[in-house]
Write a protein that binds this ligand. Structure first.
Ligand SMILES: Nc1ncnc2c1ncn2[C@@H]1O[C@H](COP(=O)(O)OP(=O)(O)O)[C@@H](O)[C@H]1O
Ligand SMILES: [Mg+2]
Length: 329
């Protein structure tokens, strides 16, 4: 009976969630349902509200208003039950460098009152899963960034949570290590674990997630499977560089094309690029065309389409944000 009930439940349900920090609205009326066993990504630039959402779901922060349920439990009223059924890997590393991998896992398992024999078995299982069993008794300070991340994922899985939260699981890792970690996350899906991850890497969301919610300024801009999102903005994306972007844009508008200027280029979405490109040339008399490129839409184009802003992963790093502020001043 219980099992049937469980299968019918959403792993995560969020209704009109709001979180304010004084005058900052970090999460602004977010509603979302995440199915059991799916990999769901919250994708958005730095400061979008991703960590705040995960923190509320993991009962580490209280919402200002709205409701959220994990495994059917209310994250405020049934916080203890929520905590027992979830695992979390934080954005910032939280391992003890001076201990071995095994010791780090053992401490965690004791917090969950896992009996000794089971602890031993479980440590082996999770370390084998992330291919670190040979290093079980090495000090964590001797691990690379990727190994530490894998160990943190292993720790999040120690008590067999049915929902795992991963906050920026591959932040700062090199592309190869990143792929490695994606494989472990995909393996979890095969074991029926629901994964909610946050990322500001488009590629990560694209290759890993069953569904993605694009989040910007605390709001969900759009959500769906990666291909639904790309299909929703239509056939091809055309980018034009030319000697007078505003003039060409105006001519395109006069001819019914929804063209935008972004970073000094004209961007337009069309059904079939090959049919539109000759038209662009015919509208460009007196304007020098430097290049016309077209491609099928990427998630970057999806972000651009729904927010009107270009998505830059560099922009998401703290250093760049500071740089940008300085330019504005
Ligand atoms: N404890 C806090 N106090 C004040 N503001 C916060 C706090 N935590 C987050 N914020 C603000 O809330 C917004 C969302 O932050 P966050 O959820 O960390 O975004 P993300 O994880 O998408 O980068 C940001 O503007 C951030 O500065
Ligand atoms: Mg964050």
């Amino acid at each position: 009976m219980q099992r049937v009930e469980k299968m019918q439940r959403q792993a995560i349900k969020i209704e009109g969630l709001v979180k304010r920090f004084n005058d900052i609205i970090a999460v602004n009326e977010v509603s979302l349902e995440i199915n059991e066993g799916e990999i769901f990504a919250l994708l958005g630039p730095n400061g979008a509200g991703k960590t705040t959402i995960i923190s509320i779901l993991a009962t580490l922060l209280k919402p200002t208003s709205g409701r959220a349920y994990v495994n059917g439990y209310n994250v405020v009223k049934e916080a203890e039950k929520v905590r027992k059924s979830i695992g979390i890997v934080f954005q910032d590393p939280s391992l003890d460098d001076q201990l071995t991998a095994r010791e780090n896992l053992d401490i965690h398992a004791r917090l969950y009152h896992i009996p000794k024999e089971e602890r031993r078995r479980r440590i082996r299982e999770v370390l084998e899963m992330v291919e670190l069993y040979e290093r079980a008794d090495s000090l964590v300070k001797t691990f690379s960034g990727g190994m530490k991340r894998r160990l943190e994922i292993a720790r999040g899985l120690m008590h067999k949570p049915s929902v795992l939260f991963l906050d920026e699981p591959t932040l700062g890792l090199d592309p190869q290590t990143r792929r490695h970690i994606w494989n472990y996350i995909k393996k979890l899906k095969n074991e029926g674990v629901t994964v909610l991850l946050t990322t500001h890497y488009m590629e990560e969301a694209d290759s890993l997630a069953d569904r993605i919610a694009i989040i910007d300024n605390g709001k969900i801009v759009v959500f769906g499977t990666p291909s639904e999102l790309k299909d929703s903005i239509g056939g091809d994306v055309i980018k034009i560089r030319c000697s007078n972007v505003s003039k060409l844009k105006d001519r395109l508008h006069e001819n019914g094309f929804d063209a935008k200027i972004i970073n000094g280029e004209i961007i337009l979405h069309v059904n079939v690029a090959e049919k539109v490109i000759p038209k662009i040339f015919s509208l460009s008399s007196g304007i020098e065309i430097h290049s016309i490129m077209y491609k099928e839409p990427s998630l970057e184009d999806v972000f651009l389409h729904y927010t009107g802003r270009a998505y830059r992963e560099e922009e998401a790093s703290g250093i760049d944000r500071i740089r940008m502020r300085m330019v504005r001043r």
